[in-house]
Every structure is written in C-alpha cells, then in structure tokens.
Ligand binder design. Sequence first.
Ligand code: R2B
Length: 315
Amino acid sequence: MVVDTLPPAALFHLGYNLPRDLQFITCSFRSVKYVILCGSMSRASTIASTYASLSHPERSKRAQQEDFCKTDRYSLYQPAPEVLVASHGIGLGSADIVLHELTSMLRAAKPGCAADAFCFIRCGSSGGISVPAGSLVVSTGVLNGAAEPLLRTTVLGLPVARAASLCPVLTGRLLAHAEAIAGDWPVVAGKTLCCDTFYAGQARLDGAYGDEEYGDRERRDFLKLCRDSHGVANFEMESLALGAFCQRAGGIPCAVVCAVLVDRLGEGGVDAPTAERSQLLRWEERPVRVVCSFVYESLHGCSSSIEDIDDLESK
Ligand code: R2B
C-alpha cells in the first residue's frame, strides 16, 4: 500500500514531510508550548487573531492570515512563538489525524523533549445537559457514548479500548481562571460525553430517519442518566480523541473548555440551538477569551489585556 512507503512522519494533512521540512519546522515551532484546538478553520483564524491582539495588536492581522497548514484539510496559525492554533474538524477521526501530525511535528521541532513540553487545549462548542446555553463547561473527564472513559476503536481488525483522561492540573488551573474572569457567565465543571455521531449518538430526534429507535421519553431518560449517574455536563464529538491520544502518546497534558449552545434538557426539549446566530457567536467567544487569556497569563506571568480585546459581546 502507498501508505507503507511513506516515511513515518509524512505529515500528509498538514502538508509537511520529515525530514524534508525539518529545518523549517524546527525554526518555526521549537518554542511552541500551547496548542489551542478548535473545530472550524475560520474559528482557528479568529482565535489566533484574538490571541495575537493580547500581546502584539499589530500582529493580529498577520496571525489571522498566515496559515501554516499546507493543505485544505485543517488550518494552523501561530499568533506567538509559543502558541499554535489548529482546527481539528468534526468528530473523533478528524481530531485524531491532526493530533498525530501536530505531535509528530512538534516532537521533531523539539528533539528529545519531555511529554509535557507542550499541551493541547480544546476550545469548543457543545450541548449542555441541564446546563443553560451561554455557560462554559470545563471538562473534568471524558466519556464515550456508553459513558465509559474509553475510546473504543479497532487495530488490525481487533477491538482496542484506549483509556482517555484530561490533565487534572491544567484543568484545575483553567477552571480557576475561567471562574475569575467569567463575570456573570455560568462556569460549570463536569464530565463531557463525546459521541461518534451528532444525531442518534447524542439521542437527537431531529435526524433524517424520522423513525428513530427511541422516542422523547427515552431520549430524556438517557440524558438524565448521563447527568445523574455519570456527572455529564455536556455532549460534544472530539474530547475523547484528545484524552485518549494524549494518554497513549506518553502523557501530553490536555484540557477541554466548551461553550454550551443549547440545554438539551431545557424547556421545550429542543435538540438544536435556537438562539440567533449573533448570540451563538457571542457564546462561542467565551471559551476563546478564557483560553487565550489563560495561555497568555501562563506564559507571561501577568494579566493579559483581556478587557482590551474587541469584545463581541458589546457589539
Ligand atoms: C460540537 O459541535 C460540532 C457539531 O456541530 C462538533 O464538532 C462538536 O463537538
């Protein structure tokens, strides 16, 4: 197969190749300590711009424009020498690919580095379980669709269960920071249930089949079971890939902070966000502000000018 002839570090989806691009990768990325991850490519650009404006306002435009991903699969920005912002797409498979390639790239740039030489923080969106829209959830653990802290996959045709966990130290620091800057945004610590699929995997009733195997009562019972028996605060689709990858790759610190766009056990029992697009964007901005200011303050040991960031909430 073609894939066998590629060197192990052909970073196919980022568009780099090792050793061909080693010098560029080393020069560009050897100082990276934080990788901020998000779903969409345009969001990665926005996050990079937000981060750049914290320290070097003049750099924000450039950070937004220079995409270091050399394919159209993902986006990769570097708003500061120590910070990368990458998109991971939707779902476990897409996130797993970029995690492999970013990690290979950073380990090549930092030969012999310790597992904690850099960390990953996912900044995402999610559906809350009795958590109101507009809240921030800082994940304390990640579960699969059967509420196990395991990523179940197949390797060589055989089932494999990879343990998935987040870094408690990084998570605790992010939670404290979120609570300190949140103002009146609710901040919740809880487990995140990560599903393989958006519709049936998350007990939605608004998919295309029209005759799901379950009804509204079963849907609500499942969501309540997740909440009451497993401590689930929100549902999304990538955190398990992050928790399992980082553990399997030797203990890379990782954490997850998500905006809640809909309370799936709220009044009306709706499955999809109903707020105006502009409101959803303001809610999605919240984890960005928390993560960017957290990274800045961790790197510089001083408060960021988070108040000076163009505040979408006031527009
Ligand atoms: C949250 O939102 C996306 C699906 O709409 C998915 O990436 C996720 O985890």
